[in-house]
Write a protein that binds this ligand. Structure first.
Ligand code: CP3
Length: 369
C-alpha cells in the first residue's frame, strides 16, 4: 500500500499504510489467500459458510451448556468452536465464530436468539427517533470479545490455515434492526425506505461506519481475509440497491480494504445485479447457486475472484450426485485463477457430516492442477 505519509494523514491512515499492527505468521496452507489474490494454486481452496455449527456433534454438545451469545462472548469458547471444523475436515480457511447481529446489540438494540425461532430484536427501529438514538461505538471496545477470539484463534491455528473475519452488510443488518427478526417480504424495511428516506439514509450512514470499522478492527486483531455478508441484498430491485444500499456497502468495503487484506463481498439472490455488487466493491465476489458460475464470471470480468456456489442442499444427495454438482462447478470455473469453492449460502443443520468430508476431498482431488 504505497501512500507517502505526511503530517496531513490521520493516525488511522498511517496505520493502514503501515499494515495491521499485529505481525501475522504466514499460513502454511496459503491456497485460499492465493486464490483471493487470483494467483495460481495447486488445487481449488474450499471452506464452507457457517462451517462451525449444528451439523457437528461437537458443536451441539457445547450448545447444551451455553447459549450462542455466551459462546460468542467467551473467547475461549469461540476459539474452540472455530477450531471444530478445522480439526474435523481438510478445510483451507477458518472463520471466526461470531454472528452478524452482535454489532446491533453494541449499537443499542436488544438481541436474543430464541431456540427454534432464530434471532429476535426486542426494540426494533420504526421511526426516525429510533435511528437517532442508535450509538456508533468503537468495535474494539464494544465487540472486544471477537477481537480477543481472533487473537487467541491465531495462536491456536499456528499458521495451519488463514483466518477470516466478517460482518453483516449495512442492508442485511438494517433489515434485522427494522423487522426485529427474519422476514420473507421485507415489508417494514422497504416501507421505511420509501416512506422515511431520510431516516433510512441516516440509519445506513451509521451502519456503514460501524461495519467498516468493525471489519478493519478484525484485520488489526489478526484476521487475514474479511467477508461482508449481504445475505438479503437480493430482496431489492437493482435500482433500489443502487440508490439505497450501494453507496453504504461501498464505504464499508473501502474502509475494510484500507486494512490491506482481501475482502469478500457476498450476497444471495444477486444474479439480477452482479455488476452492482462488483461496483460496490470487494476483491472476491460471493455468488449463490441460482446463477451459473461461468455466466457470473463472464459478467464480472477477470479482475475479481469468485467464491461459490454449491447449493447447500446438494450435500444431502448421494455421493455420485454430489460429485456431479462439484464437477460442474469446477468446469464452470474453468481453471480461471481466483476460484474459491464454497456453498452458495450457509450449511444447513441437518447436513450429513460424512458428506462434508467427502465434499472437501472431492474439491481438492477434482481440481488438482
Ligand atoms: O461461518 C461460521 O462458521 C461462522 C459463524 C457464523 C454464524 N452466523 C454462527 C451462527 C456466521 C458467519 C454467521 C452469519 C450470519 N448470521 C448470517 C449471514 C450468513 C447467512 O447465513 O446468511 C445471518 C443472516 C445471521 C443471523 C442468524 N444467526 C440467524 C438468522 C440465525 C438463526 C438461524 C439458524 O441457523 O439457527 C443465527 C444463529 C446462528 N449463528 C447459528 C450459528 C452457528 C445457529 C445458532 C444455534 O446454535 O442454535
Amino acid at each position: 500500500m504505497g501512500i507517502t505519509i505526511t503530517a496531513e494523514h490521520s493516525a488511522a491512515e498511517v496505520r493502514a499504510a503501515q499494515g495491521p499492527k499485529i505481525a501475522r505468521k504466514a499460513s502454511m496452507n496459503d491456497r485460499f489467500l492465493r486464490a483471493c489474490r487470483r494467483e495460481t494454486v495447486d488445487c481449488t481452496p474450499v471452506w464452507l459458510m457457517r462451517q462451525a455449527g449444528r451439523y457437528m456433534v461437537e458443536y451441539r454438545k457445547l450448545r447444551e451448556k451455553y447459549t450462542i451469545l455466551e459462546i460468542i462472548k467467551t473467547p475461549e469458547l469461540a476459539v474452540e468452536v472455530t477450531m471444530q471444523p478445522i480439526n474435523a475436515f481438510d478445510l483451507d480457511a477458518a472463520i471466526i465464530f461470531a454472528d452478524i447481529l452482535p454489532p446491533l446489540e453494541a449499537m443499542g438494540l436488544s438481541l436474543e436468539f430464541i431456540r427454534g425461532e432464530g434471532p429476535v430484536i426486542h426494540n426494533p427501529l420504526r421511526i426516525a427517533a429510533d435511528v437517532d438514538a442508535l450509538k456508533v461505538p468503537d468495535p474494539r471496545e464494544s465487540l472486544s470479545f471477537t477481537m480477543e477470539a481472533i487473537r487467541q484463534t491465531q495462536r491456536e491455528l499456528d499458521g495451519r490455515v488463514p483466518l477470516i473475519g466478517f460482518s453483516g452488510a449495512p442492508f442485511t443488518l438494517a433489515s434485522y434492526a427494522i423487522e426485529g427478526g427474519a422476514t420473507r417480504s421485507f415489508v417494514l424495511t422497504k416501507s421505511l425506505i420509501y416512506n422515511q428516506p431520510e431516516a433510512w439514509h441516516d440509519l445506513m450512514d451509521k451502519l456503514a461506519t460501524m461495519v467498516g470499522d468493525y471489519l478493519k478492527a478484525q484485520a488489526e486483531a489478526g484476521a487475514q481475509v474479511l467477508q461482508l455478508f449481504d445475505s438479503w441484498a437480493g430482496a431489492l430491485s437493482p435500482a433500489d440497491y443502487r440508490r439505497y444500499v450501494l453507496p453504504y456497502s461501498q464505504r464499508a468495503l473501502q474502509v475494510a480494504q484500507s486494512s490491506g487484506v482481501p475482502v469478500i463481498h457476498f450476497g444471495t439472490g444477486t444474479s439480477g445485479m452482479l455488476e452492482l455488487i462488483k461496483e460496490a466493491g470487494g476483491d472476491v465476489i460471493g455468488v449463490d447457486w441460482r446463477v451459473n458460475l461461468a455466466d457470473a464470471w463472464d459478467r464480472l470480468g477477470e479482475d475479481v475472484a469468485i467464491q461459490g456456489n454449491l447449493d447447500p442442499v446438494a450435500l444431502f444427495a448421494p455421493i455420485p450426485e454430489l460429485e456431479r454438482h462439484v464437477t460442474n462447478i469446477l468446469a464452470q470455473a474453468g481453471g480461471r485463477p481466483g476460484h474459491i469453492f464454497n456453498l452458495g449460502h450457509g450449511i444447513l443443520p441437518q447436513t450429513p457430516v460424512e458428506h462434508v468430508a467427502a465434499l472437501v476431498a472431492m474439491v481438492h482431488e477434482l481440481s488438482r492442477r
